[in-house]
Design a binder for this molecule. Sequence first.
Ligand code: FE2
Ligand code: FE2
Length: 152
Amino acid sequence: MESEELRHRILKQHEALREQIRSLEVLAREVAEAEEGGDLAPALRRGAERLLRRLEAHRCFEDENLGPALVGADAWGSERRARLTADHAEQRRLLREVFTALRSPRVHPAVVVRRILHLTDHLKADMRDEEAALLDPAVLRDDVVGTDVITG
Ligand SMILES: [Fe+2]
Ligand SMILES: [Fe+2]
């Protein structure tokens, strides 16, 4: 896969994630406004679990494809990959927190809502930073990405 295609695929995944995040935020706010979460709380839990699954797939895709492409791009590649890895580790930590809240029936819907909105804020900022720092055409260049490095 060439770096242009890789960038295009990641940006497309980001768009899909943003779309899903927007719907989840709407639902989270509705739950927050309803008394005790109303009937929407189960839908919020399901929606959040769907987002978390998609995120997991996205992170794996980036770890497998973007990481090696960055390393191959230039002398700062290893540092950039380290940043990607650190960002993903932080995402995993936050996600585990949200998962725990989602799966525990004793956690009040208001707390679930707060955790979800904190996570979605974090994810939106992460995608913005990732696009600026790691997906910029000056960083992820076509001429230096080996086709043997990336196949997926
Ligand atoms: Fe990422
Ligand atoms: Fe990403």
